[in-house]
Design a protein around this ligand. Structure first.
Ligand SMILES: C[S@@+](CC[C@H](N)C(=O)[O-])C[C@H]1O[C@@H](n2cnc3c(N)ncnc32)[C@H](O)[C@@H]1O
Length: 392
């Protein structure tokens, strides 16, 4: 059992005391297992002011309440843990970003020998209390720090682990850039042949139409209590549509089959691959006649993600041997991730069967890698548009 102080209730905050090592020593000693089996030096990842603000945001109860009350999310994780019970029982698990400790506790309930529950946010203090209150301190070791290596507060686990579990998915799958931390944990601690939950995830996009939103946010200004406030329109469009918008739509808003923007295999993906993702797409609108309306805004891209809890791509699980999929698609039950919409400032009309093509590039912002720059190119019916936006 890993322990800093000799006892096994391990709430560990200051790893310098644990190991009596300088930061440089630690960085030098930490070697990651590359996929081909040769050792390579683990990158030092500075903890920026943006990272500190990010971890502070997770110190508030509301964000955890929202995630835990997302029953689609939390039940799928619990089901996945018990579905993989034979691979968890008696094994060592690391929960990357444990928050309140809920997934770590599910793993302990599934019979894990030891769970390292890691979180850099101060929510780790509460996670430790929750673990104690559930008499699981002998199994769940809360480590308050980052999985990356830079300073004495970053955590170290002195054994290989059999399982990594993490709820890392952000809006539009990649926003928040937490997947990099799971990759770091994988390369630092996962045994060869170990299990990662979820094992893979897919980001999709599709053009959608959302006339109600356009009416409520934009058309509204044309007549306000009988006053012509059309002068507000440019500002209203700017404010409503400048940034990607996280909202819930339904399958009926979607005009075509989705296109895969990025498939992430959690066993093989690298941090570098996540810096920028580009896809080219071609859609044929399947819009029904009733939707071919001059006022219908065509609003490309509904990024949504599916995160299978094993290696399969199947959308729905019909028997216990199939993949469990946590879907955030508009046609599936809503989750707190909702969908991310990128609106054009003005509606674009499309006919049924009209070809829509272009590209989408998602790039981690240089200013703050947790922000996402989005470049969306769109051509259809002889017209072309480019929309640049930043998800902050
Ligand atoms: C989306 S929440 C999930 C919380 C919890 N696992 C759950 O399912 O309710 C992600 C958590 O990961 C933590 N986190 C993100 N990046 C981290 C890192 N590099 N090192 C440690 N914790 C991290 C955040 O502070 C946050 O509490």
């Amino acid at each position: 059992m890993y322990s800093s102080s000799g006892d096994s209730n391990g709430y560990h905050q200051d790893n310098k005391q644990q190991f009596g090592m300088s930061q440089r020593d630690r960085v030098r000693r930490v070697r990651a297992k590359s996929r081909d089996g040769f050792g390579e030096e683990q990158k030092v990842t500075p903890c920026t002011e943006f990272d500190k603000a990010y971890f502070n945001s997770y110190a508030h109860v509301g964000i955890h309440e929202e995630m835990i009350k997302d029953h689609v999310r939390t039940n799928t994780y619990r089901d996945a843990i018990f579905h993989h019970q034979s691979l968890i029982e008696g094994k060592v698990v690391v929960d990357v970003g444990c928050g309140t400790g809920i997934l770590s506790i599910f793993c302990a309930q599934a019979g894990a020998k030891r769970v390292y529950a890691v979180d850099a946010s101060d929510i780790a203090v509460q996670a430790n209390e929750v673990v104690k209150a559930n008499n699981l301190s002998d199994k769940v070791i809360v480590l308050h720090g980052r999985v990356e290596i830079e300073c004495i507060k970053d955590v170290e686990i002195n054994e290989e682990v059999d399982v990594i579990i993490s709820e890392w998915m952000g809006y539009m799958l990649l926003y928040e850039s937490m997947l990099g931390s799971v990759i770091t944990a994988r390369d630092r601690w996962l045994k060869h042949g170990g299990l990662i939950l979820p094992s893979n995830a897919t980001l999709y996009m599709a053009p959608v139409t959302h006339p109600d939103r356009y009416r409520e946010s934009i058309e509204f200004w044309r007549n306000v209590y009988g006053i012509d406030m059309s002068a507000m329109l440019p500002l209203a469009k700017q404010c409503a549509f400048e940034e990607p918008s996280v909202e819930t739509i339904s399958g009926e808003n979607v005009l075509t089959w989705p296109h895969v923007v990025k498939h992430v295999d959690c066993y093989t993906i690298t941090i570098d691959e996540l810096e920028s993702v580009t896809t080219t797409y071609k859609f044929r609108s399947m819009m029904r006649a009733s939707l071919i309306n001059p006022r219908v805004p065509v609003l490309p891209t509904v990024p949504s993600n599916n995160s299978p809890m094993d290696g399969s791509q199947r959308k729905k699980r019909t028997n216990p041997n199939e993949a469990l999929v946590l879907s955030t698609a508009p046609e599936d039950p809503p989750t707190h991730w909702q969908q991310t919409l990128i609106y054009f400032y003005d509606p674009i009309d499309v006919e049924q069967d009209q070809l829509i093509e272009g590209s989408a590039t998602l790039t981690q912002s240089k200013e703050n890698r947790r922000f996402m720059n989005i470049n969306l190119r769109y051509s259809s019916g002889g017209r072309s548009f480019v929309k640049e936006s930043v998800m902050r």
